[in-house]
Design a binder for this molecule. Structure first.
Ligand SMILES: C[S@@+](CC[C@H](N)C(=O)[O-])C[C@H]1O[C@@H](n2cnc3c(N)ncnc32)[C@H](O)[C@@H]1O
Length: 260
């Protein structure tokens, strides 16, 4: 049995982002199913995902899927309208069979697997998505202050999002220890993600005069500078939340790393 560590409100940053970027697709879907894959020893993250998605897409429903049968049994009493729990894994079993999810969220699940399994798992999960569906796979700390996730469409990886509580941030590279499995072993010289975090820290240092206006203003200034050299795909509305989203292709392992 793998560790099932979870916490109430741990995934709030990820939920908020998902509701924002995938809310419209969930509103449009005939049967807007969101899967919380590997929800852990307690069902809190699935309960919260439902509440946050419903604010954006009132017909959304959430299916929590866990590979450990005891965790499914423990979650069953929390089922309610729009929220069910099932035993399963990367095959993403849904009822009725043939239903395709508009969202699959897998948080702190692939950390327990080997790096060389990631591509296959991604492919499998992407193959389960409805047209217009999104897979969000990433990692965070126990209380959700540092988060990094990859977003993938049916065709494959699209973006990487870094999200943090700004008040407690010493430097953007604090997020390195929360990189998802596909990137965490690639934070070494010569790899794009290493160059990205290096440039992020430099921009943060250069923006230190803005600290007197607050960490938020410093972050916004930092990301604006970073966007001159890296394909940042979101804007100030997201940066204000302590987020930044970058095109996957720029950080993908083995790609060309910009010079120091
Ligand atoms: C560390 S917990 C994360 C819980 C929650 N998602 C969170 O982020 O707080 C990881 C969970 O993933 C489950 N898990 C591991 N592999 C899985 C798979 N292939 N399918 C479904 N669940 C899986 C484990 O049983 C464990 O409960």
């Amino acid at each position: 049995m793998t560790r099932g560590t979870t916490n109430p409100n741990r995934l709030r940053r990820m939920d908020r982002w998902i509701a924002s970027v995938q809310g419209a697709a969930l509103r449009r879907a005939d049967d807007p199913v969101a899967v919380d894959l590997g929800y852990g020893a307690a069902p809190w993250t699935a309960v919260e995902l439902l509440a946050r998605l419903r604010a954006a897409a009132p017909r959304a429903r959430v299916v929590g899927i866990e590979i450990e049968p005891a965790r499914v049994a423990a979650a069953k009493p929390y089922e309610r309208e729009g929220l069910t729990f099932r035993h399963g894994g990367f095959e993403v079993p849904l009822d009725p069979a043939g239903t395709s999810p508009t969202l699959i969220r897998a948080a702190n699940v692939l950390r327990q697997y080997d790096e060389d399994q990631v591509a296959e798992v991604w492919q499998r999960l992407c193959g389960r998505l409805a047209p217009g569906g999104l897979l969000v796979e990433g990692t965070c700390d126990e209380i959700g202050r540092r988060h990094v996730w990859v977003a993938l469409g049916p065709e494959g990886p699209r973006t990487v999002t870094f999200a943090t509580r700004l008040g407690s941030l010493a430097a953007p590279s604090d997020l390195a220890e929360r990189l998802p499995k596909a990137l965490i072993h690639r934070n070494v010289p010569g790899e794009p993600v290493h160059a990205f975090l290096r440039d992020f820290d430099r921009a943060w240092a250069a923006a230190s005069p803005y600290a007197s206006y607050g960490a938020r203003q410093r972050w916004i200034r930092t990301v604006r500078a970073l966007a001159a050299d890296w394909p940042v795909v979101d804007g100030p509305g997201r940066w204000r939340q302590g987020e930044v989203t970058v095109a996957w292709g720029a950080l993908a392992p083995g790609g060309p790393a910009p010079k120091a």
